[in-house]
Design a protein around this ligand. Structure first.
Ligand code: ATP
Length: 614
């Protein structure tokens, strides 16, 4: 595919804000792409060159990009820099300056997506002496052959500033739209959908059938994406084999699986009413790790599916020694545990282990213990469909003796009093609470269902749980806070249905002076001139920021609000947090893993019930 075709689509998509239009445009583009190039197109939409877990960083500093633009356009570095000061976007600068080049290029060839990708990949992987010059040369080479619109995006990719406002859900929607004609021919699928139709009028029935069919296809794609976090390779299979291609997408060690998530209930009695006899486990407050073993190769993934293997050498080593299978995928919560005193260190100590430097030293000082709670795969067998009680038995057999990898503490009961007692004991030990698990439930990747129910210490305080919000902007400090450059944050929750971030709170408390300064430094890197594409907010902060950072927040309650857009339906009020205060930054969560609008609405409803004594 010519890169120009792709760049023109980028340009069209950037201009529209309706999700429906974006989906249609994407579907049109996917139709045009060939099966060999589609994965690359998808990665570029995701702002990356490979699936996120492979951690290929394209990052190039602004200065070097300016130099490449100068090289390709014939303007001086100073002129390029001046234009950047005026426009605030190097993509637009490249587009403008290459449109009125001072020098004619000697070797200019039409760019293909493959060529652009190849150079960007070289930029990402070259390191060591002379690599900066090489990166500049590689980028300038592309710009040399680029038309103005191509230049805009060629520059934005290595700067990490694609800003197209397209999330994975929209990409999957577009594929579902593309595959609809094929789905209509699938007898089994159509039969299934027809059985579910509610509409009686024939003309409307057709419409409903189509909508349902499309939703089914979308669900099938997402189901696979949940167990195989590489949308590029899934797209390639769909292009090659249509819906049948999904059959070849299987879980495999090395490719992360989206974690199953816990629901909330406020009391042990309600947990038993919901689950009956269940497993109740201690809830450890560390970080969730998914361990993948493939022979002697061990990969460890965080909750946001980053590869963090290098950070935890003692865990990787213990996997090789203790795990009694050639291949396996299992999960646990890692925390620094003081064996001498038998105490769990607080989260603040454990989090220090999440670092790239001094790893060896820290591993000696605060060795981690991994408390395992689930197994998903063993020696070629996908175990996700097995009921939890059987998976737990398999897990018990999988983990051999040793100190680093152990099993979570657990009891089985249907007595709320026993759960209460177990909860109190856990809290006394410095743990966060308990997680109850449905003995019969399969592992449901990427979903928050009642297969797991959490009961936390914090539920006894104000809100029934803390809320993880995404920062979408910030306000300058006033008075005392002027010196930090930041006085309050504007935050949002995630609307899964619309793939947008909706405002819920302005947060000005809970941060220390140091944290204010750190937040300012962190957020100014993702500052935006305009409201970012996926953000819904009527409040205007002093600076918008790309929705990237997740902040855990506590509050007194959830209230209705005319100012915020979370859970707002046409003509009605939205939801807001009353007296919100920051608890901590959640580095382990991606923005799409923040608390959702649906969850906040459910918490609001539950809160009303508690108040009215229902
Ligand atoms: P969520 O994961 O539900 O989005 P969260 O990240 O804020 O929310 P918690 O509210 O702390 O997490 O609850 C679920 C998390 O608890 C799991 O993701 C896991 O990291 C952790 N955890 C600790 N102990 C256990 C356990 N025994 N079983 C399952 N998860 C556990």
């Amino acid at each position: 595919m010519h890169f120009k075709v792709l760049a023109e689509f980028f340009g069209k998509i950037e201009k529209v804000s309706s999700r429906l239009k974006m989906t249609d445009l994407l579907a049109e583009l996917f139709e045009k792409a060939d099966s060999d190039g589609i994965a690359k197109v998808i990665y570029l939409f995701q702002g990356q060159l490979a699936p996120a877990f492979e951690q290929v960083e394209i990052g190039m500093g602004e200065k070097f990009v300016e130099e490449a633009i100068a090289k390709a356009s014939g303007y001086t570095r100073e002129e390029v820099h001046k234009a950047y000061k005026e426009k605030g976007d190097l993509g637009l600068v490249a587009e403008q300056l290459l449109g009125k080049k001072k020098q004619k290029s000697l070797f200019s060839a039409e760019l293909s997506v493959e060529k652009v990708f190849r150079n960007l990949m070289k930029i990402a992987t070259s390191e060591g002496q002379g690599s900066q010059q090489l990166k500049i040369k590689l980028l300038a080479e592309l710009l040399n052959s680029a038309s103005p619109i191509e230049a805009r995006y060629i520059v934005r990719i290595p700067l990490g500033k694609m800003r197209l406002g397209i999330g994975d859900p929209t990409i999957m929607d577009a594929f579902a739209l593309n595959l609809l004609p094929e789905a209509k021919k699938g007898k089994k699928l159509v039969k299934e959908v027809k059985a579910e139709l509610k509409e009686k009028k024939p003309e409307k029935r057709k419409e409903e059938e189509e909508r349902k069919l499309r939703a089914k296809v979308r669900e099938m794609i997402e189901g696979k994406y949940n167990v195989h976090s590489d949308l590029g390779s899934i797209a390639e299979k769909l292009k090659k084999h249509g819906l049948d291609g999904l059959k070849n997408v299987e879980i495999r060690p090395g490719v992360p699986i989206r974690p199953t998530l816990a629901e909330r209930l406020p009391t042990a009695r309600e947990i038993v009413e919901k689950l009956g006899k269940c497993a109740v486990e201690a809830k450890y407050d560390g970080f969730r790790l998914a361990v993948h073993k493939d022979g002697s190769r061990v990969s460890i993934f965080s909750r946001r599916q980053e590869n963090v293997t290098e950070m935890f050498p003692e865990v990787a080593e213990a996997v090789r020694k203790q795990v009694k299978a050639e291949k396996a995928i299992f999960e646990g919560e890692a925390l620094a545990f003081n064996e001498e005193t038998g105490e769990y260190y607080p989260f603040q100590v454990t989090i220090q282990r999440k670092r790239k430097y001094d790893v060896g030293k820290m591993a000696k000082e605060f060795p981690l213990t991994l408390f395992c709670f689930d197994v998903l795969y063993e020696d070629g067998k996908n175990l996700m469909q097995l009921p939890f009680k059987e998976r737990r038995e398999k897990l018990e057999k999988l983990i051999g003796k040793g100190k680093t990898i152990v099993l979570t503490d657990s009891i089985i009961t249907d007595d709320p009093k026993k759960i209460e007692k177990y909860f109190d004991e856990s809290v006394e030990k410095g743990l966060e609470g308990i997680i109850a698990k449905d003995l019969e439930a399969p592992y449901i990747a990427g979903a928050r269902k009642f297969a797991w129910i959490k009961l936390k210490r914090s539920y006894r305080s104000e809100l029934s749980d803390t809320i993880d919000t995404v920062v979408i902007g910030y306000f300058k400090g006033r008075g005392q806070r002027t010196k930090f450059g930041l006085g309050a944050l504007l935050t949002a929750v995630y609307d899964e249905k619309e793939d947008r971030f909706k405002s819920i709170a302005k947060i000005g408390t809970g941060m220390s002076e140091q944290q204010l300064a750190d937040l300012h430094k962190m957020l100014s890197k993702s500052k935006q001139k305009k409201k970012p594409a996926r953000v819904d907010s009527e409040l205007e902060p002093d600076s918008w920021v790309e929705p990237r950072h997740v902040i855990e927040v506590n509050a007194d309650e959830i209230t209705k609000s005319p100012m915020h857009t979370a859970a707002r339906e046409k003509g009605k009020e939205g939801l807001a947090l009353r007296f919100p205060r920051m608890v901590k930054i959640r580095q382990d969560k991606k923005p799409e893993q923040a608390t959702t609008v649906k969850e906040v609405a459910a918490m609001f409803k539950r809160q009303k019930h508690v108040k009215t004594g229902e």
